[in-house]
Design a protein around this ligand. Structure first.
Ligand SMILES: C[S@@+](CC[C@H](N)C(=O)[O-])C[C@H]1O[C@@H](n2cnc3c(N)ncnc32)[C@H](O)[C@@H]1O
Ligand SMILES: Nc1nc2[nH]cc(C(=O)O)c2c(=O)[nH]1
Ligand code: SF4
Ligand SMILES: [Mg+2]
Length: 219
C-alpha cells in the first residue's frame, strides 16, 4: 500500500532556468519534470522523460524547489497528469505561494487541477500523430488564467489550429492562444507570416530556450 501521508512522484529533473514558452516567457522559473507519458508526439523534444527518473517524496520536491528561492514554477514532463499525485504537488506549490503553471497534453482530464494554476494545454495537431488523444471536453474547464497551445508542424496543422481556435472561440475563453512552430519542422518566419496574413487573434511563440541553450539538458 502506498503511504499517502508522504506521497511520492517519479521525476526526471528539477532545474532553474528561463521560461522558454507560454505567458511567463523570459521569467526565471523552476521546472519540475515528471517522468512518463502515454503519448508519442513525433516531434517530442523530451523523450528522455518517457522512462527512468527517480522517485521523490513531495516534501523532498518542495525542499528542492525552495532551495532556488523562485517566484515561478512550471510543472511539466513527460505528461505530468499521468501521475495522480501531481494534483497534490500542484496544490502544495500554490499553498507555498509560488506562481505555478502546468504544461499538459490535454489528453488527461484537467478539471481536478487547482484553479490557481495556469494550465497550458497543448491541443495536439494532426501532424503530431496524437490528435486522436485530445480530450475536447477539457476546453470547457479552461478560463482566463489558462492557455491553449498549438505546436504546428505544417500548413495543414496551421489550418486545423485556426479552425479549432474559431470553433471553441478560444481568444475570449482563455488567457492566451499560442501558435508555436514545431522546432525544425516548420519555418518560424513562415508561421509568423501566415498569422499576419490571416490577422489571427493569437500569440506567435518560439521556444526561447532552444535559441539560448540549443536543447542542452537542464535548460
Ligand atoms: C515536452 S511537453 C511536456 C508537457 C506535455 N506532455 C505536453 O505535451 O504538453 C511541453 C511542451 O513542449 C512542446 N514541444 C515538444 N517538442 C517540441 C518541438 N520539437 N517543438 C516545439 N514544441 C515542442 C510540447 O508540444 C508541449 O507543448
Ligand atoms: N527553458 C525551458 N522552458 C520551458 N518551458 C516549457 C518547457 C517544457 O519542457 O515543458 C521548457 C523547457 O524544457 N525549458
Ligand atoms: S505529450 Fe508531451 S511529453 Fe508526451 S510525447 Fe507529446 S510532447 Fe512529448
Ligand atoms: Mg521542453
Amino acid at each position: 500500500m502506498p503511504d499517502q501521508s508522504n506521497p511520492t512522484l517519479r521525476l526526471t529533473e528539477i532545474f532553474y532556468s528561463i521560461q522558454g514558452e507560454s505567458r511567463t516567457l523570459g521569467l526565471p522559473t523552476v521546472f519540475v519534470r515528471l517522468t512518463g507519458c502515454p503519448l508519442r508526439c513525433n516531434y517530442c523534444d523530451t523523450a528522455y522523460a518517457f522512462s527512468g527518473g527517480e522517485v521523490m517524496s513531495l516534501d523532498a520536491i518542495l525542499d528542492k524547489v525552495r532551495s532556488f528561492s523562485p517566484r515561478y514554477i512550471c510543472v511539466t514532463g513527460g505528461e505530468p497528469l499521468a501521475q495522480p499525485n501531481c494534483l497534490t504537488l500542484l496544490q502544495q506549490l500554490c499553498d507555498a505561494g509560488y506562481e505555478v503553471s502546468l504544461e499538459t497534453s490535454g489528453a488527461l482530464d484537467v478539471s481536478g487541477v487547482d484553479t490557481r494554476i495556469s494550465r497550458v494545454m497543448d491541443l495536439k495537431t494532426p501532424d503530431s500523430g496524437e490528435a486522436h488523444r485530445n480530450l475536447y471536453t477539457n476546453v470547457e474547464h479552461l478560463g482566463l488564467n489558462d492557455q491553449v497551445k498549438f505546436v504546428i508542424c505544417s500548413r495543414d496543422d496551421y489550418d486545423w489550429a485556426r479552425f479549432q481556435t474559431d470553433r471553441f472561440q478560444l481568444p475570449g475563453r482563455v488567457g492566451e492562444v499560442l501558435f508555436s512552430p514545431s522546432h525544425g519542422q516548420v519555418e518560424a518566419r513562415q508561421l509568423a507570416e501566415w498569422i499576419v496574413a490571416d490577422n489571427l487573434p493569437v500569440r506567435f511563440q518560439m521556444q526561447l530556450h532552444k535559441y539560448l541553450w540549443n536543447d542542452e539538458p537542464g535548460h
